[in-house]
Every structure is written in structure tokens, then in C-alpha cells.
Design a protein around this ligand. Structure first.
Ligand code: SF4
Length: 101
């Protein structure tokens, strides 16, 4: 007997969720999908938190790593140019460091 291991593609991710009857439980399906590609750091953190309840989180994360996703929250992590970054920086200039002035 051979055991097949699914490639972590987006298609397989959706198939896996559909087969498991979980497709409607994917947080990025039942919430505003824009959260997963949000500009505001607070929205990005919210998307990451919502991913923790996802039944296919690990496969989603593996697939995003393999595809080197250019942007967005996948599998509970924020990707930028194919790598995981800890958090999104807010737009604009960084605050001045008053102690070094
Ligand atoms: S882990 Fe997050 S981004 Fe991936 S399918 Fe689940 S809710 Fe969507």
C-alpha cells in the first residue's frame, strides 16, 4: 500500500479543506479576505490570530513557503517576498530617536 503525500499547492489546500468538509470553516473564507492582505499592522495581526483556528493551517503555511508567496498572511504567518517576517511595519517614517540627537 502506498501513501500519497499531497503537495502543498493552493489547489490541494482547497481540495483538502473541501474533502474534510471544512471549506466553510476557513477563517479567510468566512471573514473579510482583505484582512489577509491588509496594510494596517493591527489588521495583519488579526488575520494571523484568525489563522490559528484554521483546519489546514500547516498545509497553508508549507505551501506559502514553497511558493515563496510575495505578500500576505498565510498559515498564520506574514510573508514578504517569499520569507516570513515577524510583523508589518506601519507606513511612514520611523519615529525620531530623541536620545541620539
Ligand atoms: S491558514 Fe489562514 S490563510 Fe491559510 S487557509 Fe487557513 S485561514 Fe486561510
Amino acid at each position: 500500500m502506498t501513501t500519497s503525500v499531497l503537495e502543498p499547492t493552493l489547489s490541494n489546500l482547497h481540495d483538502e479543506a473541501a474533502l474534510a468538509d471544512d471549506y466553510d470553516r476557513l477563517p479567510c473564507r468566512v471573514n473579510d479576505p482583505e484582512l489577509w492582505f491588509a496594510e494596517a499592522p493591527s489588521d495583519v495581526e488579526e488575520a494571523k490570530a484568525l489563522c490559528t483556528d484554521c483546519p489546514v493551517q500547516q498545509m497553508c503555511f508549507s505551501g506559502a513557503l514553497d511558493r515563496r508567496e510575495p505578500w500576505g498572511v498565510w498559515g498564520g504567518e506574514l510573508f514578504l517576498q517569499g520569507v516570513v517576517i515577524p510583523r508589518k511595519r506601519p507606513r511612514g517614517r520611523p519615529p525620531k530617536n530623541r536620545e541620539s540627537a
